[in-house]
Ligand binder design. Structure first.
Ligand code: SF4
Length: 285
């Protein structure tokens, strides 16, 4: 069957060939473990049970998990094995199961949930370049959405991802998520809801300001905003010289001031020192 899961709609016959996301239909993962560096309401004290999937439909040139998004890492596992991993993570005492860039494996991930449905919340962690039809398929298994909102300006998303329609798709996807999940907390942890993440990029504070305004005007059901400072120049390239440095204290301050002015009261911020390569996971497979 041809695949049209994501906005690329490449129509690959994934039983035999890789799609533009870099993956055939079998699930591939590169790591699963209790991750301590998500927002405090996600990681808590015992960590977020994070599963990193291989491949990506967005492929940012500055990807912080480059080898993974380019499908250089990962091993194939069955839906049954993924269901066992859900159980292992749950038994390890993590606060939730956190699926990172999972969309291109939605049909197989749904099979895993039919085998075992964890009793802890399921977090859907995505770049937000999504089709609503794909989100509708997985929505009944998801408790918390953790989408990025990367770019507002189509020329920026085109430069850094090759996709001019990123904002259009991400905005629709985030509106769907905010309509679907209302914020619910218990013991300082998010049990249901949406956290929209935005990573401030070098020279891109004007774009950050437009994203903050968009969120302030559209937020609903208690959605949170997370302003991230962790951009790290993992991939250095002469083609994008402006990305070969982290963000400055001034850039982050201007972004934070905009957040304070926006009227958004439910938010997370990061310390500027979060931009360290040591925070980027190493892959097991
Ligand atoms: S998920 Fe992968 S195979 Fe399917 S349409 Fe998107 S890029 Fe193509």
């Amino acid at each position: 069957m041809k695949c049209y899961l994501c906005p690329l709609k490449c129509g690959a016959e994934r039983a035999e060939q890789k799609g533009a996301c870099g993956e055939k239909e079998g699930i591939r993962i590169a790591k699963y473990y209790p991750h301590m560096f998500e927002e405090p309401v996600i990681s808590g004290e015992k960590g977020s049970g994070t599963v990193f999937f291989s491949g990506c439909s967005l492929k940012c040139v500055f990807c912080q998990n480059y080898a993974l998004s380019r499908s250089e890492r990962g091993k194939e596992i069955s839906p049954r094995r993924l269901a066992e991993i859900f159980k292992e993570l749950e038994n390890a005492g993590v606060h939730n199961v956190n699926l990172v860039t999972p969309t291109h494996f939605i049909p197989k991930i749904c099979e895993a949930f039919e085998i075992y449905r964890p009793k802890i919340p399921i977090v859907y962690n995505t770049h937000a370049y999504e089709e609503i039809s794909a989100l509708e398929t997985i929505d009944k298994y998801v408790d918390v959405y953790l989408p990025d909102m990367k770019f507002f300006d189509p020329s920026l998303s085109e430069r850094y991802t090759g996709k001019k329609n990123y904002f259009e798709k991400a905005a629709d996807a985030i509106l769907f998520m905010m309509n679907s999940k209302k914020a619910v907390f218990s013991d300082g942890l998010m049990k249901s809801g949406v956290i929209v993440r935005h990573m401030v990029m070098p020279l891109c504070v004007p774009d950050t300001k437009r994203i903050i305004s968009w969120f302030a005007a559209n937020k609903k059901n208690g959605a949170y905003f997370s302003l991230m400072a962790q951009y790290t120049p993992v991939v250095r390239s002469d083609k994008y010289p402006e990305l070969n440095r982290g963000i400055t204290a001034g850039e982050y301050e201007r972004a934070y001031e905009e957040l304070l002015k926006s009227g958004i009261t439910d938010y997370f911020i990061q310390e500027l020192g979060s931009a360290k390569e040591s925070f980027i996971p190493t892959w097991d497979y």
